[in-house]
Design a protein around this ligand. Structure first.
Ligand code: NAD
Length: 368
């Protein structure tokens, strides 16, 4: 597919290529939708096999950010930055400073931070060149690690799912199978264990799974066995693509609700889950806690406000489930419908004339 055809299909607005040979930087900034505000999205550093792969990843990820912000009640649009490079080999101070300069050229249209392959410390160098960054270390005025907030959002989301399926969100005695005991998974296991759930865990790093299990009284299974566990909730907290043709028939749960991004191998797997009467919490809704946290840095970080906004993931999921029921559509389709509705509502405001310092020009400058 050509790049413009892909942008047309996805509804993207802008794709910016950044090249600084002295820094060894090849980066792409994708801007999907700015109806709600400037594009906000992390910076992924990855050794893509080809230029095409990097471009399409930037397009796909920026589109996801529009949806995530829209339903998290965050007033930002969708963007993503990808750096084509090996995070284990190619990182340097000058690379991130160069990236910061490119981000700055867009004057705040793109605000970025950490994602796979980058960490908060990398952006300390980028901060020399631009203020349009989030997710900096706490010592530099950022909000620090977002995994606790993400885990909290997944926890309240699981309660909303149980309420939908059983009429009661209480976790006591409910069985939850958690795939991945990393930053988010381990904190989710802690919350689940504290509320009396029976937790089964797995991780490709067996020592990590054993440590989390020992600490919180969970049971450990082999990575591939996690799909076969009889349970109430399967919580993917590791990789994307784990809900696929091979795994859907194996699942023995009533709910799929976890932190991982892009859990469905393809959108049609939402329908496959529904056919098996498994409730799916759309990943970009339930895992939005981290985004809510970093976006809050742009207003002067306030942890209580972040936790309150993250708690609203529960009511948002209930609304999605209601729309899905009323319209006989999948929960993924319902979430997409609600994204479109929020964007359409915000877009209508642009038809109002809003006086600014330079009349209509001021209106545009304010991004109204
Ligand atoms: P992490 O790297 O700390 O943890 C991932 C864990 O999964 C690791 O322990 C890894 O060994 C394990 N793992 C990898 N492949 C596995 C497999 N096949 N089976 C079992 N375990 C496997 O990452 P994280 O920050 O905890 O994020 C987990 C997921 O949640 C990712 O998909 C991430 O994109 C998503 N997410 C994270 C945040 C956040 O705030 N950290 C926010 C939104 C979404």
């Amino acid at each position: 597919m050509s790049i413009f055809a892909a942008m047309a299909a996805g509804g993207h607005r802008q794709l910016v290529f950044c090249y600084e040979p002295a820094a060894g930087l090849k980066a792409i900034m994708a801007i999907h939708d700015t109806t709600l505000g400037p594009g906000l999205g992390g910076c992924r550093m990855w050794p893509y096999a080809s230029e095409e792969e990097a471009v399409f990843d930037a397009l796909r990820l920026s589109q996801g950010m529009t949806a995530k912000s829209a339903l998290a009640g965050v007033n930002y649009g969708g963007a993503k930055v990808v750096v084509w490079g090996d995070p284990g080999r190619d990182k340097s101070e000058v690379l991130f400073r160069a990236l910061g300069r490119f981000v700055h050229t867009l004057g705040g249209l793109v605000i970025t931070g950490t994602d796979a392959g980058t960490d908060p410390e990398d952006f300390v160098a980028a901060r020399q060149a631009t203020p349009y960054l989030v997710g900096l270390p706490q010592a530099y005025g950022g909000s620090g690690d977002s995994s606790e907030t993400t885990a909290y959002g997944v926890f309240v989301g699981i309660q909303a799912c149980l309420e939908e399926v059983y009429g009661d969100g209480d976790l006591k005695g409910r069985r939850v199978a958690v795939q991945g005991c990393g930053k988010v998974g381990s904190k989710l296991v802690r919350r689940l264990a504290e509320t009396g759930a029976e937790v089964t865990v797995t991780d490709v790093d067996p020592a990590r799974a054993r440590a989390v299990a020992r600490q919180h009284g969970a049971r450990v299974v082999e990575p591939d066995a996690i799909y076969d566990q009889p349970c109430d909730v399967f919580a993917p907290c590791a990789l994307g693509g784990v809900i696929n043709d091979e795994t859907v028939p194996r699942l023995r749960c009533r709910v799929v609700a976890g932190a991982a991004n892009n859990q469905l191998a393809e959108p049609r797997h939402a329908a496959a889950l529904q056919e098996r009467q498994i409730l799916y919490a759309p990943d970009y809704v339930i895992n939005a806690g981290g985004l809510i946290q970093v976006a809050d840095e742009l207003h002067g970080f306030d942890r209580d406000r972040v936790m309150r906004k993250t708690a609203a993931i529960g009511p948002m999921l209930r609304a999605i489930f209601r729309v899905a029921r009323e319209r006989s559509i999948t929960t993924l389709e319902a979430a997409e419908w609600m994204v479109r509705r929020r964007l359409a509502g915000a877009a209508t405001l642009r038809t109002f004339y809003r006086p600014g310092p330079a009349g209509a020009a001021g209106d545009r400058a304010a991004g109204a």
